[in-house]
Design a protein around this ligand. Structure first.
Ligand code: ADP
Ligand code: FBP
Ligand code: MG
Length: 442
């Protein structure tokens, strides 16, 4: 609520003087419900009460710069060299974004060169510089039919100085970083280094996360594909649990800090009786605890299905002492296996010896190709990113916000996490669909 208009202004490298290949097409366009003029701004808030509570005139309301092609661009297209890198965990749609960027840059802007860095930020280091690949239409043809990323990815810190040396050596003007919160923190270190050297290089982020945990964006690309994949595993344990006496199906789904995949997957096929997510703490023991509720459900229905997000109930696990992955992300305890054991022990103790079917689809939900919806989303994000970069926006992320494509300052996307609001309408839908209690605490 403390967000001010000035926090939402994106950085530009300077005035745009070069003719854009889109100038002619834009000349006749008028602002409409389907087209936002390049100088127009999109409101952040969408309810009357929040807008009123801002207490400022309409032109001072928090708003975002519209994405899309400009009449003039900052970089001379024919002389522009571009780099693309994908970092962090895989996500459906990475190849669609790469293809979209390369197509747009090649077919419309006719840029001089497009380089792909291999295996995340590691590909920008001195050691791996020779592995850089040149990307053209041929190299990206059909890549969207495959999951993963043709460029590869990685976790782990790299020196911003070395990475900027690589950009300078290859004469790159625009770097596109497709990645999550960690990648955007890394990208901001790259822009700092660019600034400290006074270089004319733009850095544009395209937010990637299957967890859907980045703020200031509608559902992130690949999320829909990932939760759709998850539903198949829930359906499997449901069938298994129905066929067994005291059948228990448990599916653990990705979601380090946010339970969006668990919520959407559970709502999608409506087979889950309990959904456990990081945002809503729960207790296992006691008359209102999860175990007792599961027991009640098995007594009444003869079976039960539980969907648990990997980050749920971490406070119940004995932690190994703050271990982290190469990128500094905290490694989580295995709530799925823990829950499986606890449920088995409890139901056995109360005379309902269960048949437990446990699935941890893990990488199976994020390594697949994007579905048709996500593919459309990816290609549109790619176009928006290219227009932003060519127009000299920097330290800027392209996002879709309330169905508009807009620019936001990179710092905002790492400012906090998008999480399921326990007071919000999504969690309410989950409670309505599952019938689980709003709280497992007395
Ligand atoms: N605070 C940070 N500063 C600089 N680089 C970072 C930072 N956090 C993460 N990175 C780098 O960004 C890349 C991706 O980060 P990671 O957390 O693994 O995935 P994601 O971008 O999906 O969150 C890694 O190479 C990682 O080292
Ligand atoms: O085994 P890995 O590659 O570290 O990935 C596991 C993590 O990746 C995620 O899919 C999200 O990772 P990112 O932050 O890279 O998007 C989490 O849900 C999961 O905890
Ligand atoms: Mg991350």
């Amino acid at each position: 609520m403390t967000l001010e208009l000035d926090d939402l202004r994106v950085r530009t490298l300077g005035e745009c003087h070069h003719d854009s290949p889109f100038a002619e097409m834009l000349a006749t366009k008028r602002t409409s419900p389907h087209y936002v003029h390049e100088d127009d701004r999109v409101l952040v808030d969408d309810t009357v009460s929040v807008l009123l509570s801002r207490g400022v005139p309409i032109d001072r309301l928090p708003s975002l710069e519209a994405a899309g092609p400009r009449r003039k661009v900052y970089f001379d297209p024919a002389a522009t060299r571009v780099g693309i890198v994908t970092c962090g965990g895989l996500c459906p749609g990475l190849n669609d974004v790469i293809r979209g960027i390369v197509q747009e840059l090649t077919e419309h802007y006719h840029v001089a060169r497009i380089y792909g860095f291999r295996n995340g930020y590691a590909g920008l280091t001195r050691q791996h510089r020779e592995r850089v690949v040149e990307l053209d239409l041929h190299a990206v043809r059909d890549i969207n039919n495959d999951g993963g990323t043709i460029l590869g990815s990685s976790r782990g810190d790299q020196s911003p100085e070395e990475m900027v040396d690589t950009l300078v050596e290859l004469g790159i003007h625009v770097l596109f970083v497709i990645g999550g919160d960690g990648s955007m923190r890394g990208a901001m270190k790259i822009t700092q280094e660019i600034d400290s050297r006074g270089l004319d290089v733009a850095v544009i982020g395209i937010p990637k996360t299957i967890d859907n945990d980045l703020p200031y964006t509608d559902q992130s690309f690949g999320f829909q594909t990932a939760f759709a994949q998850s539903t198949e595993f829930i359906a499997s344990v449901f069938v298994e649990s129905q066929a067994a006496e005291n059948g228990v199906g448990i599916v653990k789904l990705m979601g380090r800090h946010s339970g969006f995949i668990a919520c959407y997957a559970a709502l999608s096929n409506n087979d889950a009786d309990f959904v456990l997510i990081p945002e809503v703490p729960f207790v296992l023991e006691g008359p209102h605890g999860v175990l007792r509720r599961i027991e009640d459900h098995v007594r009444r229905h003869g079976q039960v299905v539980i969907v648990v997000a990997e980050g749920a109930g971490q406070e119940l696990l004995e932690q190994e002492g703050g271990t982290t992955d190469a990128s500094g992300n905290t490694k989580l305890g295995d709530i799925g296996l823990f829950l499986k054991q606890k449920v088995t022990d409890h139901l056995t103790e109360v005379g309902l010896p269960p048949t437990v079917r446990y699935l941890d689809p893990s990488y199976a939900i994020r390594s697949v190709a994007a579905n048709a919806y996500d593919s459309v989303y990816c290609v549109r994000l790619a176009h928006a990113a290219v227009h932003a970069g060519m127009a000299g926006r920097t330290e800027t992320v392209v996002v879709r916000w309330r169905r508009r494509f807009v620019h936001i300052p990179m710092g905002l996307i790492t400012s906090h996490r998008n999480q399921v609001d326990p007071d919000g309408d999504l969690w309410m839908s989950v409670l309505e669909a599952t019938g689980q209690p709003a709280s497992f605490e007395p």
